[in-house]
Design a protein around this ligand. Structure first.
Ligand SMILES: [Zn+2]
Length: 177
């Protein structure tokens, strides 16, 4: 408490006729007010610190959540990449199988003199206009010898049909999507 304030208190006390020691009474009152004010300040500061701590905890929690989200996104991305890789491998396998099947069909069409595009089944076919069934063209000699002649020989040699794995017309293994 500064001197000016004390003087003011004394003057006030001088004017005050009541009380055994008005100066002390006023001082005690001032001190009590000051104590209340300090207590309020401390409480306010305590609340402020509490708020700051809560904010810090919230920020930390937010960072942790952000990290978790990042991790989750990385895992999703990795899973997507793995799925894409599997699909790419599958596609390459299918493309390989398709190329092999097409080459075999082209050979057979040559051996049978059929249209390699549609085998005579597509009136819109730019090669044969739907007329290219087997025998439409003269069979290509080499392919005919390789694919058809053995079949003709077998047809004359084996009156009883042979079987694949015990079945006359077995279901072939197919690659599916
Ligand atoms: Zn055709």
């Amino acid at each position: 408490m500064n001197d000016a304030l004390l003087d003011a208190l004394r003057q006030q006390a001088g004017r005050d006729a009541a009380g055994a020691d008005p100066v002390l009474g006023l001082l005690s009152q001032m001190l009590a007010q000051r104590e209340q004010s300090l207590t309020r300040d401390l409480e306010a500061r305590g609340q402020e610190e509490g708020h700051l701590e809560a904010e810090a905890r919230a920020a930390q929690e937010a960072r942790r959540l952000e990290d978790l989200r990042g991790l989750e996104e990385e895992q999703r991305q990795a899973a997507r990449l793995a799925r894409l890789e599997r699909l790419r491998f599958r596609l390459e396998t299918l493309e390989g199988g398709l190329a092999t099947a097409q080459a075999r069909l082209d050979d057979l069409a040559l051996a049978l003199g059929a249209c390699p595009n549609c085998w005579g089944e597509d009136p819109e076919c730019r090669l044969c206009r739907g007329r290219g069934q087997p025998g439409f063209l003269r069979p290509e000699a080499a392919a005919f010898r390789r694919l058809v002649v053995p079949a003709l020989k077998a047809a004359s040699r084996h009156p009883e049909p042979r079987a694949f794995a015990g079945e006359e017309r077995p279901a072939p293994e197919r690659t599916t999507l």
